[in-house]
Design a protein around this ligand. Sequence first.
Ligand code: NAD
Length: 327
Amino acid sequence: MKFQKFFLTGVAGFIGSNLLEVLLEAGHEVIGIDNFSTGSQTNLDHVKDKVGKKWKNFKFFEMDLALLKEDVLNDNSLGVTCCIHLAALGSVPRSIDNPINTNNANIQGFLNILDFARRQKLDKFIFASSSSVYGDNSNLPKIENEIGSPLSPYALTKRVDEMYAEVFDKVYNYPTIGLRFFNVFGPRQNPDGDYAAVIPRWLKAMKENTEINIFGDGETTRDFCYIQNAIEAIMLAVRTELKTHEIFNVAVGAQTSLNTIADTIKKELSIYGIKYSKEFNYVDFRAGDVRASEADITKAKITLGYDPKIRCLDGIKEYVKDNMLRN
Ligand SMILES: NC(=O)c1ccc[n+]([C@@H]2O[C@H](COP(=O)([O-])OP(=O)(O)OC[C@H]3O[C@@H](n4cnc5c(N)ncnc54)[C@H](O)[C@@H]3O)[C@@H](O)[C@H]2O)c1
């Protein structure tokens, strides 16, 4: 792939900072945008340490996409061919606690950057959607064109984003690619706070030998996807010559239970001499949580050539190893 210049929103977040590292390592230029609402300077510093001299190809703007400063982006848009939009307020419980904030970031922010990309005639617009759009449709595995009603404000915002993308294709002939991520995990994912994802939260708790809560009986499953697979899917979307509006599931295509995740983190930590001595604490099921999730990834396989290399439990091993080397 020849060198390109990207807009990358959500660059200080988990997926964004991992993608930034890959893009800079490959010699691309990146204009990053983030408002640090959930992302961190530490994530950016970490990428800086890793990429060395290639850091000069990165320019950062602290900006809230809901209040997009178009003049700043305009001034920096020369040569940009692709926008990868990852910025959003994640977490279903966060959106239930504060639907307005989630709406501003995930719908207003999305529309601002999508419309900017269209008017700038950027060749490509790739955005993060979410498995939450499957909502109350309990069919397994989840197939792109069989969705249900959203079960949270967060899911609704992601569905609206997909609908805006579809409408922009129809009305303005501006096709985009949406990637429905399923429970991505890995290095630089925030383990702290009420809205942290389960894997980084448990890893931190087990390292500190503090209690972990498992909702329900622990047999709830998710299609947990290691960050490397998610990055592969994004890079395939960057490279594809598709000129139609498309949505793709991005996951492994397999279910893993919460009990298996907890046991595996515990076992992996023991390899590094960390013994977790507490019993897992089983608490009530969380309202709105679906019992099982698994993606059908056939469409991404066939259309993009997506082939997730890292299975869930191998991803946990990698993640624990990376975390132990880092701290
Ligand atoms: N991690 C997952 O499992 C998962 C699953 C499904 C979908 N997604 C989606 O993937 C994307 C990236 O997720 P992540 O896990 O890296 O989350 P993250 O919270 O680590 O990163 C999101 C980034 O967006 C930034 N941001 C939020 N609102 C903003 C705004 N208004 N203006 C500018 N920046 C803003 C945050 O500061 C943060 O750095 C999100 O759109 C998320 O909804 C993630």
